[in-house]
Design a protein around this ligand. Structure first.
Ligand code: ATP
Ligand code: FE2
Length: 340
C-alpha cells in the first residue's frame, strides 16, 4: 500500500530552537514518515542566533518540500501543524513559529506549540519503546534529569550553568580542534578520549541534585594551556568527570522514583562511554536501559510532530494569538495528559 494513503491523520512538526531547522511528519499512530534536518554550522566560533535564524529562513521551503516528498503526502493531507515553541534562541524560534503559523492559517488546520524538552522525552519513548522512564537529556543547550510524576515531567536535577554538550564543544574549540560537517565536537572529543589513559584531577561539582560544568571547563582549559598533559588524557578526564556527574544524579533519581527504565537522549547520548555508564547504573537498579538512534536524539522535527500528535489527540491546540515563542519555557510547566 502507498505510504501516505493508509493513515488516519498526519501531523507536521517544525523544530528550530537552535542551530537545526528540521521538519518531521508523523502519523497519529506514531509512524515517522519523514525527518529532514538541516544543520547550521557557523564559519567559526559558537552559534550566533541571528545568523542561525537566517539559515532557517533560507532552507525552510527546501526542507518542507523534502519532508512532503519523503512522506509521500501533500500539504492538504495534514490534520495539524506543530512547532517548537520553546525553550530556545529567540530569533531561531521565531522563524520556525512564523513558518508554522503561515502553514496552519493557509491550510485551515490547528496549530500546536510544543515544548522542546517534552518532545525529546516523547520521541525517546516512542523510538526506544520506553513507557515511564527516568530521562537523562544531555545536549548542547540542556542537561536535565527528569521523570513523570503527578501530571508532569518533573526536573529532578539540572545544570546550574552551562550544558554538558556545551562544555565539550567549548573545550574542543579551545583545543583548536576543527569540526567537519556531520562530525560534532563531542564526537571528536570522544575519539581522542579513547586513547587517553591518565585521569587528570578536575573539579567534580554536584550540588544536591544539580550540576555545574563551568568550573570543570575552566580547569580543563587551564590544564590544556599549561601543556602538562596530553590532549587525549584531558579529553578522557573531561569525559570521565562530567559523565560521572550526570550519571550520579540519574542514579539517585532512579533510586528515588523506583522507575524501571532509564532513557538517555540529546546529542551527547551518541557517546558510547556515556551509554556504557548509564547502562551500568540501569542494570544495578534492575531497570531497562533505553537510548535512541542519533537522528532522533539530536534536535529533529519528528519529535515535534509526534508530540504534536499526543497533544492534539488529547485536546490541546494553540490559538495563533497565543503562539508567541517562549524562550525559557520549563519542562515542568507543561501538562502531559497523555501520561495519565
Ligand atoms: P538542545 O536544543 O536540545 O540543547 P542542541 O542544539 O545542543 O540541542 P543536539 O544535536 O541535541 O543539539 O546536541 C548537540 C550536542 O551533542 C553538541 O554539544 C555535540 O558536541 C554533542 N555530541 C554529539 N555527538 C557526541 C558524541 N559522540 N559525544 C559527546 N557529545 C556529542
Ligand atoms: Fe534539543
Amino acid at each position: 500500500m502507498e505510504k501516505g494513503k493508509t493513515r488516519d491523520g498526519y501531523c507536521l512538526g517544525i523544530e528550530s530552537t537552535a542551530d537545526d531547522f528540521s521538519v518531521g511528519i508523523a502519523t497519529f499512530k506514531g509512524e515517522i514518515l519523514a525527518n529532514v534536518i538541516s544543520a547550521y554550522i557557523p564559519p567559526e566560533g559558537g552559534i550566533h542566533p541571528r545568523e542561525a535564524s537566517r539559515h532557517h529562513a533560507e532552507v525552510a521551503s527546501k526542507v518542507l518540500e523534502e519532508a512532503f516528498r519523503k512522506a509521500c503526502i501533500k500539504p492538504r493531507d495534514l490534520a495539524v501543524i506543530a512547532f517548537s515553541q520553546g525553550p530556545g534562541l529567540g530569533p531561531c524560534l521565531r522563524t520556525g513559529a512564523a513558518v508554522a503559523r503561515a502553514l496552519a492559517s493557509y491550510l485551515h488546520v490547528p496549530l500546536v506549540g510544543v515544548n522542546h524538552c517534552v518532545a525529546h522525552i516523547e520521541i525517546g519513548k516512542l523510538k526506544a519503546g520506553a513507557k515511564d522512564p527516568v530521562t537523562l537529556y544531555v545536549s548542547g543547550g540542556n542537561t536535565i534529569v527528569a521523570a513523570f510524576d503527578a501530571g508532569r515531567y518533573r526536573v529532578f536535577g539540572e545544570t546550574l550553568d552551562i550544558a554538558l554538550g556545551n562544555c565539550l564543544d567549548v573545550f574542543a574549540r579551545e583545543a583548536g580542534l576543527k569540526q567537519k560537517p556531520g562530525e560534532p565536537f563531542g564526537a571528536i572529543v570522544e575519539k581522542l578520549a579513547k586513547s587517553g589513559k591518565r585521569l587528570v584531577p578536575l573539579p567534580y561539582a554536584v550540588r544536591g541534585m544539580d550540576m555545574s560544568f563551568s568550573g570543570l571547563l575552566t580547569a580543563a582549559i587551564k590544564a590544556l594551556q599549561k601543556g602538562d598533559y596530553k590532549l587525549e588524557d584531558l579529553c578522557y578526564s573531561l569525559q570521565e568527570t562530567a559523565f560521572s556527574m550526570v550519571v550520579e544524579v540519574t542514579e539517585r533519581a532512579l533510586a528515588h522514583t523506583e522507575k524501571k527504565e532509564v532513557l538517555l537522549t540529546g546529542g551527547v547520548a551518541a557517546n558510547r562511554r556515556l551509554q556504557e555508564m548509564v547502562r551500568f547504573i540501569a542494570e544495578e537498579h534492575n531497570a531497562k536501559f533505553c537510548t535512541v538512534p542519533s537522528e532522533y536524539a539530536i534536535d529533529n522535527g519528528a519529535m515535534i510532530a509526534w508530540t504534536g500528535v499526543l497533544a492534539f489527540t488529547h485536546g490541546i491546540t494553540t490559538p495563533i494569538e497565543k503562539s508567541y515563542v517562549r524562550l525559557k519555557w520549563r519542562l515542568e510547566e507543561v501538562e502531559v495528559p497523555w501520561m495519565k
